[in-house]
Design a protein around this ligand. Structure first.
Ligand SMILES: [Zn+2]
Length: 218
């Protein structure tokens, strides 16, 4: 691919797969080995930009960035960090819609490594299994903390919840601002992107509307 194609893929936010594209050897190095390697690479980037790394304010930046990437922003790349999300038998026989809304989204776009900030809303209609509410937030947080495209993030959350809950009757909406749209390129400060993925009963217009009426504020 040439540089123009790279730019186009970034600006059009094209994702290739519902799975995050990972190398087969992605987790052969430990976190501390990764931090050390990235620290060296990031120091090179700063040097190429002309920055003086002997300055007190800058000298720790390569380490800080490396640690932030591995331990914070992209901790969700490593399946070892996936939250244990146990489910419970639906003993009380609740079979109406359950909605969890305004779940925090702190992610980063994989095309520019700039923040994606927003919220997710999800709904499901329980069958035999239910899930602890905060577990939903933890799962969203895990999938958000990878280099992402919003469409894939939405699908990854949906598919995981469908598997956990043993039902297709799940809907996920992500509404987010992309700093690669607001701070570079077109520099649109106000636009947000909404993605919506669902299965089962949410294919029904009335069911979907019932959900959306609760989560999308005018
Ligand atoms: Zn981007």
């Amino acid at each position: 691919m040439d540089k123009e194609q790279f730019e186009n893929i970034g600006d059009n936010h094209i994702g290739t797969n519902v799975e995050t594209p990972l190398r087969p050897d992605a987790f052969e190095k430990s976190d501390s080995e990764k931090i050390e390697a990235i620290q060296g690479h990031f120091a090179k980037i700063m040097e190429e930009l002309g920055l003086d790394l002997t300055d007190d304010s800058l000298s720790g930046t390569p380490y800080r960035v490396a640690k932030m990437y591995v331990k914070e922003l992209f901790y969700g790349l490593n399946p070892m960090n996936k939250p244990k999300a146990s489910t419970f038998e639906n003993k009380y026989g609740y079979h109406r819609m359950l909605i969890e809304r305004d779940i925090n989204i702190d992610s980063a776009c994989e095309h520019h490594f700039l923040p994606i900030i927003g919220k997710a809303h999800m709904g499901y209609v329980p069958k035999e299994r239910v899930i602890g509410l905060s577990k939903i937030n933890r799962l969203v947080d895990y999938y958000a903390h990878r280099p992402q495209v919003q469409e894939r993030l939405c699908l990854q959350i949906l598919k995981d919840l469908q598997e956990l809950l043993h039902t297709d009757d799940v809907i996920v909406v992500v509404e987010a601002a992309h700093l690669c749209v607001s701070s570079r390129g077109i520099k649109d400060k106000n636009s947000t992107t909404i993605t919506l993925e669902y299965g089962g009963c949410f294919a029904d217009d009335a069911k979907r509307k019932e959900f959306l009426d609760q989560v999308i504020k005018a």
